[in-house]
Design a protein around this ligand. Structure first.
Ligand code: FMN
Length: 333
């Protein structure tokens, strides 16, 4: 019988399927449903930097300090308004969830700038979180800001947040960096014990009737898995930290692929929102079948078996394969 247990951020987990932040995590009952369904840990929805700053007297200072991230965030955040709990209520909710379930519970902070708000990392730790996920959700729309400055600000943010806490820190990042391996290494060096690849951006649509920009939340599909798969495959043996795959995990096959390229865990939201928590068992059963089919006795035996450094054709993860893929396409309509 295959052993599904795994380690992520130093936490011992009974299997490699973690529930990522979603509306299920807004209520104690929702989290209990996820635990009963079989996920090994859950990350709560995020407390946003903007929510914290809103509640404090820092807002005026923040708005006049030359940063435009507040105004920008208003339009890009994944419906932050629906998470109407105040920061204090977030902590209360976290403490209640911790009492109600046995699986590890991660808190989540979503922000981009350093400042007084990062002390909430400590409060999340004190409320009982087993680990903290920092979601850096940033759209760099100002042409005057160079990439290296964005990265160095974000590395400072990771360092500042880590300085507040003793529990492990994971950083959830976007796929849009010029030099992903370098950025990943810098985040790990600044104190991230794990990296969550990737955050999913919600692209607004245009309503042609009203000529208005419409926020439009579409759930992910399995084929979106390929982007985080490729990057975890490239980074897993190069950067010393754990990896969690997020975006596009819908099936047991998807989870198996995540572990094969080197992730410690796979995270799931869209599949649960589409099919309900019952999907967890299907994913885990499918994953176990693949593990056994290939005669892996443990998840750690399987982990990383197909990361870039260990496969026979490592170029398949790089540009060298690009010409071959295009050249192989022969079927015209
Ligand atoms: C309705 C909804 C709410 C979400 N809220 C958060 C959040 O508060 N914090 C966060 O880091 N990610 C949040 N996410 C992103 C998910 O945790 C996840 O990273 C993303 O949906 C990609 O994974 P998936 O393909 O399994 O859906 C949310 C996603 C959805 C669909």
């Amino acid at each position: 019988m295959a052993d599904l247990s795994t380690q992520y951020l130093g936490l011992k987990l009974k299997n490699p399927l973690v529930a990522s932040p979603s509306p299920f995590t807004e209520t104690v009952d929702g989290v209990k449903r996820l635990e009963d369904a079989g996920v090994s840990a859950v990350t709560l929805y995020s407390l946003f930097e903007e929510q914290i700053i809103h509640e404090s007297e820092e807002l005026d200072h923040y708005l006049t300090a030359g940063t435009d991230s507040f105004a920008e965030a208003q339009s890009y955040l994944p419906d932050a308004g629906k998470y109407s709990l105040s920061p204090d209520k977030y902590l209360e909710h976290l403490a209640k969830v911790k009492k109600a379930v046995k699986i590890p519970v991660l808190g989540s902070l979503n922000g981009v700038s350093t400042g007084g708000w990062v002390k909430w990392a400590k409060k999340i730790e004190e409320a009982g979180a087993d680990a903290l996920e920092l979601n850096i959700y940033f759209m760099p729309t100002d042409p005057a800001i160079a990439g290296r400055n964005i990265v160095s600000d974000q590395v400072s943010l990771v360092r500042d947040v880590k300085a507040q806490i003793k529990i492990p820190l994971a950083v959830k990042l976007s796929p849009f960096y010029t030099a992903m391996p370098n950025v990943a290494q810098q985040f790990a060096g600044a104190g991230a014990a794990g990296l969550v690849l990737f955050n999913r951006f919600y692209q607004p649509d245009i309503n042609l009737e009203k000529l208005e920009v419409e926020p439009n939340l579409q759930l992910s599909r399995s084929d979106e898995l390929r982007l985080p798969l490729r990057w975890i495959a490239v980074l897993a043996d190069r950067v010393k930290c754990d990896f969690a795959l997020s975006t596009g995990l819908h099936t047991g096959d998807d989870l198996a692929k995540a572990i094969l390229v080197g992730a410690s865990v796979g995270q799931v939201t869209s599949a649960l929102l589409k099919h309900g928590p019952g999907r967890v068992k299907e994913i885990l059963d499918g994953f176990k079948a693949i593990l056994e089919q290939h005669e892996y006795k443990t998840v750690s035996e399987m982990k990383g078996a197909m990361c870039q450094k260990r496969v026979a054709a490592p170029a398949a993860y790089e540009r060298a394969n690009y010409m071959k893929v295009l050249g192989d396409f022969k079927t015209l309509p």
